[in-house]
Write a protein that binds this ligand. Structure first.
Ligand SMILES: [Zn+2]
Length: 306
């Protein structure tokens, strides 16, 4: 597949942004604790924590500060909506939530590593990358909405308890990710990577669910903030708008991985023995990487549970 130079430049720029972004999710930038004001920052670290290498800081700092500004705008406008019912505030906050989603999903977590290893492991159409990336983002948003709704609204728990319990859901998600990685790696190693279409589809759906069960910390915070401000439905809407933004970033990662695999495969003559070995190697490696990522994340979640 030949790509026009402008598209390649855009993709490279996007990739740079993704590399630069880890700092943006380093801490809870909302500045507002959902229900117990004096407590420490309520981000359930792990999946969204992580340090930034020094050489990346000059690129990362502006993105992080942009994200903080966006956070402040969202919390300010949410208050305005509650106090004045302002339509303008609603429009502003919707736009901001979208941009925030795009930037935030570039930070650690959000299934990007899983999705990229998955599409490195297997041949796929570009559309599959977009569908998988979007499905993961929306599932993560929906998980967060359900979690806050169930625990915060129905069971009346405090924001910090909700955030604490979300770690259990993370742990479930990571166990599923490990399982999916092992299925991919083992079936590829056994030479059964040509297994039938339905089985491939099931593994793909499994991957999306495994990565999507992880709640997104920022979506949780938006929901808890909306809950404390008595604008829960607006919180649901904002979380979904944010998911649209997140879909763009996560899908882009999936598409880049699909193009990456194609680029590697193009270097080897099709149907040759070497090509077969390379395809098999990529599949095994992709599966092993997914299982390894799942194990690291699980260890992190375990530490937070203990
Ligand atoms: Zn998130």
């Amino acid at each position: 597949m030949q790509l026009p130079p402008t598209l390649i430049r855009a993709l490279v720029l996007a990739a740079l942004c993704l590399v630069a972004a880890p700092a943006t999710a380093q801490q809870n930038p909302w500045g507002v604790a959902p229900s117990r004001p004096a407590a420490p920052t309520p981000v359930p670290g792990g999946a969204e924590g992580g340090a930034v290498p020094g050489f990346l800081r000059p690129i990362v700092a502006p993105i992080a500060s942009a994200q903080r500004d966006l956070n402040r705008t969202i919390s300010r406008e949410l208050k305005a909506i509650r106090e004045t019912g302002s339509l303008r505030a609603l429009l502003v906050v919707t736009g901001v939530a979208f941009v925030y989603g795009v930037l935030h999903a570039a930070g650690p977590g959000h299934g990007k590593l899983v999705v990229s290893s998955f599409f490195l492991a297997r041949k796929a159409r570009i559309g599959a990358g977009i569908v998988a990336g979007s499905a993961i983002s929306f599932l993560q948003a929906i998980t967060s909405i359900v979690l806050v709704w169930g625990l915060g609204v129905i069971l009346g728990q405090h924001g910090f308890d909700v955030l604490g319990r979300s770690v259990w859901l993370e742990a479930v998600s990571y166990v599923l990710i490990i399982a999916i990685g092992l299925v991919i790696a083992i079936s590829a190693a056994r030479g059964t990577h040509h297994y039938d279409h339905d089985a491939r589809e099931r593994v793909g759906i499994g991957m999306v669910i495994a990565a999507g069960v992880t709640p997104c910390a920022s979506a949780l915070i938006i929901m808890l903030f909306a809950l404390t401000n008595g604008v829960l439905l607006i919180g649901v809407g904002l979380t979904l708008v944010m998911a649209i933004g997140m879909s763009i970033t996560t899908s882009l990662v999936g598409v880049l991985a699909i193009l990456g695999r194609r680029t590697i495969m193009v270097a080897f003559p099709a149907e040759s023995r070497v090509s077969g070995w390379v395809a098999k190697g990529l599949s095994v490696a992709g599966g092993v990487i997914i299982a390894a990522i799942g194990s690291l994340l699980l260890a992190g979640a375990w530490a937070r549970l203990g």
